[in-house]
Design a binder for this molecule. Sequence first.
Ligand code: FE
Length: 184
Amino acid sequence: MMKQLCFLLLVFALLLYSSTAPAEKIQTVRTMEKQDTFNPYYSRTDTTKLNLSDAEWKKVLSPEVYATARQKKTELSFTGKFWDYTGQGTYYCAACGNALFRSDAKFASTCGWPSFFEEVRKGSVTYLPDRSYGMVRTEALCGRCGSHLGHLFDDGPPPTGKRFCMNSVVLDFVPDIQGTRKMQ
Ligand code: FE
């Protein structure tokens, strides 16, 4: 009789545990995603255009990426992680994962921001006239998500004569796999 009672108690305890465990698990995953600013829109293969509100971006981007990508903040020159970086690979939009530049198109610029002479493919970057701060400039935006990347100038090196002056904080870099030339 005692054995049966113990068995019943064990079954009851297991039932109780299994009914509460999944909820706890979900809560843990969500908490982790929140801490890591999980971004469900980020993809290096999906080229579907994104049209999200700033409120939605704020939920999924880190404060640093959000400040430049959505509020057009310019990082201080010579402070970004890529201004003098020379690794071989591909640069992607840090907000959405869109492929933007190949390292082959990066050049050593004295301006203190990562600079490229051409985008990785037509349409990967889009442009808007920018008349802020009393200057006439061309704003460069991500062709997939519309995030602010930096500006485009006409004082770059051959063959294009263009200078894509970017903010490191809105770039993700993926190195080439050794011996291969990999793009998106
Ligand atoms: Fe983007």
